[in-house]
Design a protein around this ligand. Sequence first.
Ligand SMILES: NC(=O)c1ccc[n+]([C@@H]2O[C@H](COP(=O)([O-])OP(=O)(O)OC[C@H]3O[C@@H](n4cnc5c(N)ncnc54)[C@H](OP(=O)(O)O)[C@@H]3O)[C@@H](O)[C@H]2O)c1
Length: 338
Amino acid sequence: MKQVWMIATGGPENLQLREEPDPQPQAKELRIRVRASGINFADILARKGLYPDAPKLPAVVGYEVSGIVDAVGPQVETAWIGKGVFALTRFRGYADTVVVPQIQTFEKPAALSFEQAAAIPVNYLTAWQLLVVMGALKPDETVLIHNAGSGVGLAAIDIARHVGATIYGTASSGKHTFLKQRGLHEAIDYAKFDWMREVVRLTQGRGVELITDPLGGSEWKKSYRALRHTGRLGMFGASSAAESRLPGPLKLLKVGLGMPWFNPVALMNKNRSVFGVNLGHLWHETPKIEAWMKALVDGVNVGWVRPHVDRTFPLAQAGEAHAYIEARRSTGKVVLIS
Ligand SMILES: NC(=O)c1ccc[n+]([C@@H]2O[C@H](COP(=O)([O-])OP(=O)(O)OC[C@H]3O[C@@H](n4cnc5c(N)ncnc54)[C@H](OP(=O)(O)O)[C@@H]3O)[C@@H](O)[C@H]2O)c1
C-alpha cells in the first residue's frame, strides 16, 4: 500500500509517499481500500509542531477516509466486504489502505461521492457538537462562525441554516460571495476590519447568542465580549498560533498567555456560558458519535448536509495540498485521492 509519512516538523516537503506492506484487520476491525482522505487543519498544525495531540513523528497522520471495504477481521460480519464506507481514523488516514475499528466506520450514503463522504466525519461531527449538542442553537438566535470558509465553518453554516438561525461569519474576502450562496447572512472580512465592531453594528450593540471560535488565544476574550445575554462561546482550536512569527513552541506560548480566565460569578451575572470541544478526545463515546452521525446522514438524505469539496490532490501531492490550505486558498474541504 501507499502511505504519506510526515517525517519531521517543518514545511510541506516533510510529507513523503512510501510503499509499505498491506495491513491486516484484527478482531473487530475492517480494511478499507481508500478512495479519498480528508485533510484537516490539525494535520497542518501537527506538521508545524503546534498540535499537542499529534502522534510522535515520523508518522502517518489523517483523521478520516472514504473507500471500499475489502477485508474484515474476526467478529466483523463479512457483509461489510464490498461496501462503500467512510470512517474516522485515529491517524494513518493519508494512505490508499487503512485498517480501522468497525465501530468507527459508517456506510456511505449513495448520494455522496467518495470525495464528499471524506469531507463529513471531522467537519460535520465537530460542527454538530458545537452548534446543536453543546451550543443548543435556536431558530430565533444569531450565531457567529469564525473561519466560516473552513471545512468546519461550511459544515456549521449547513447546520445553522437547518436550525433556522441568523448566521454571521468571519472569512477572507474572496470567499464571501460563495459563503453567502451557502447561507451566510453577513460575511465579515476579519483580515481588514475589526470583526467585533461589525458584530456590534449588525446586532445594534446586543451581541450574538452563539460563537464558534477556533482562533484561540486572545480572540476568545474578544468572542466572550461579543456574546449577548444567554450567549454561549464554543472554543475548539488555536489556528491563530499558525500565524505567529515567533519561533517553534513560543507560538503556542503566546496563544496560551492570551487566553481568558473565566470567573464563575461573572458568568452568572452576565448570563453567559463557555464550553470546549475536542472531537479527538471523544473516541470512547461511541454511542454519542453514532447518534450524531445518524442525524447527519439523515441530513444528507434530506439534502441539508451538503459537503463541499473545494479541491482534490493525488496522495503523492499531499505537500502541495497543505501549502494550498495554508495560503488560505481553500473554501471547504481539501481531500487527497488514491
Ligand atoms: N476541536 C476540534 O475537535 C476540532 C475539530 C476540527 C477542527 N478544529 C479546528 O477548527 C479550525 C478549522 O479547521 P478545518 O480543518 O475546518 O480548517 P480548514 O478547512 O483547513 O480551513 C482553513 C481555513 O482557515 C482559515 N485560517 C484561519 N487561520 C489560519 C491560518 N493561521 N493559516 C491558514 N488558514 C487559516 C483560512 O480561511 P480564512 O482566511 O477565510 O479565514 C483557511 O482557508 C482549526 O483551527 C482546527 O484546528 C477543531
